[in-house]
Ligand binder design. Structure first.
Ligand code: CMP
Length: 143
């Protein structure tokens, strides 16, 4: 079954949006398969956003993500990557539709409350990074 990685960013946690966000994914019909409340350090945040390292906003983005605890989650269900992105709304809250999480709760692209994997491949990589304990070690399981 398809899985995606969803992270409630420090602003979402500080503003008390954790329950609301989890509720939206649950009510849609997705299954919560992993959850951790965690503050990450700079090198971890740089790994998560490695694809954006050349962007002018990269340093500010990393500082923002390490500024407080985040809620990292694995959600599972049919088309959860694409549908999850629809629930979240466009990256820039100025363009995200009302009814989406960013459309309802954010106004600034640099404080956009939540992250969701943009493809099945990104989801696989992000889940492996944030939930390494979930990865089955096939080699050692043979011995
Ligand atoms: P996210 O879905 O986590 O993926 C990449 C993040 O980069 C994005 O949400 C925003 O938080 C951030 N981002 C993208 N574009 C900009 C920008 N122009 N200025 C600041 N932050 C940005």
């Amino acid at each position: 079954m398809e899985q995606t990685f969803i992270m409630i960013k420090p602003d979402g946690v500080q503003r008390g949006l954790v329950g609301e966000i989890i509720s939206r994914f649950e009510k849609k019909g997705f299954y919560l398969k992993g959850l951790k409340f965690i503050t990450v350090d700079q090198s971890f945040a740089e790994k998560h956003y490695a694809d954006l390292s050349a962007k002018p906003f990269f340093n500010g983005l990393v500082e923002y993500i390490i500024s407080g605890p985040v809620v990292a989650m694995i959600w599972e269900g049919k088309n959860v990557v694409t549908t999850g992105r629809k629930i979240i709304g466009a990256t820039n809250p100025a363009e995200s539709a009302p009814g989406t999480i960013r459309g309802d709760f954010a106004i600034d692209i640099g404080r956009n409350v939540i992250h969701g994997s943009d493809s099945v491949e990104s989801a696989r990589k992000e889940i492996a990074l944030w939930f390494p304990e979930n990865q089955v070690n096939w080699h050692s399981s043979l011995h």
